[in-house]
Design a protein around this ligand. Structure first.
Ligand code: 3PG
Length: 209
């Protein structure tokens, strides 16, 4: 499981955090991101259409590696499993969620914001965590500091990251990937401006070279 997660993050170190407003947006949005070179997609469970959107993308866009985000409970994790999601992420971690995730074969990234959070996640057997909310919780300086006592931990920071600083985050030795909603802004999705989304994805990846 940990190896599958490492492979997934290595293949696609920039993960859009996607909140799909309406089902009709799902497939064109996924196609726009894939056209821009971004294939690993986090669909958040924040809108009523999230499950159907994830399913529609899995069916229509085979290049996309679809994960479910905003997984808050064991039931959400079960939803991810039932849908056939390739991975699941949480902004945090509860003992119940960590227990369920440890017992499941779903590739799962719990979220942490403090050393105590991280200690619980490590104790449950997870060495890669989402760092959320990355910028408000201390930004790059916080992640550098966490590298001291926790050299084995790797992170996917999200929350407040944008196109301009993705590269700097990825340059930190304990960062495996970065994520954020900046890659799929709601206004552009609603306006059907999918070419802007493709263009930004391309630009973001090019800047990492
Ligand atoms: C997440 O769930 O990872 C965040 O909502 C992403 O944060 P952002 O909107 O600041 O990118």
């Amino acid at each position: 499981r940990a190896q599958r997660l490492d492979a997934l993050l290595a293949a696609s170190p920039v993960i859009p955090v996607i909140t799909v407003p309406e089902l009709a947006h799902a497939v064109p949005l996924a196609r726009a991101l894939v056209a821009g070179g971004i294939t690993t997609l986090e669909i958040t469970l924040r809108t009523p259409v999230a499950r159907d959107a994830a399913k529609a993308i899995m069916d229509a866009v085979p290049e996309a590696v679809v994960g479910l985000g905003t997984v808050l409970t064991p039931a959400d994790l079960e939803t991810a499993h039932a849908l056939g999601a390739r991975f699941a992420l949480s902004p945090g971690a509860t003992p119940d969620l960590l227990r369920a995730a440890a017992a499941s074969d779903m590739v799962f990234m719990p979220g942490i914001a403090t050393p105590s959070d991280l200690m619980q996640v490590l104790a449950a057997g997870f060495t890669t965590a989402k760092f959320f909310p990355a910028v408000p919780a201390g930004g790059m300086a916080a992640l550098k500091a966490l590298g001291g006592p926790f050299p084995q931990a790797r992170f996917c920071p999200t929350g407040g990251i944008g196109e301009a600083d993705a590269k700097a985050w990825l340059a930190l030795p304990n960062v495996a990937a970065v994520g954020g909603s900046w890659l799929a802004p709601e206004a552009e999705i609603r306006a059907g401006n999918f070419s802007a989304i493709t263009e930004r994805a391309r630009r973001t990846l090019a800047a990492l070279q």
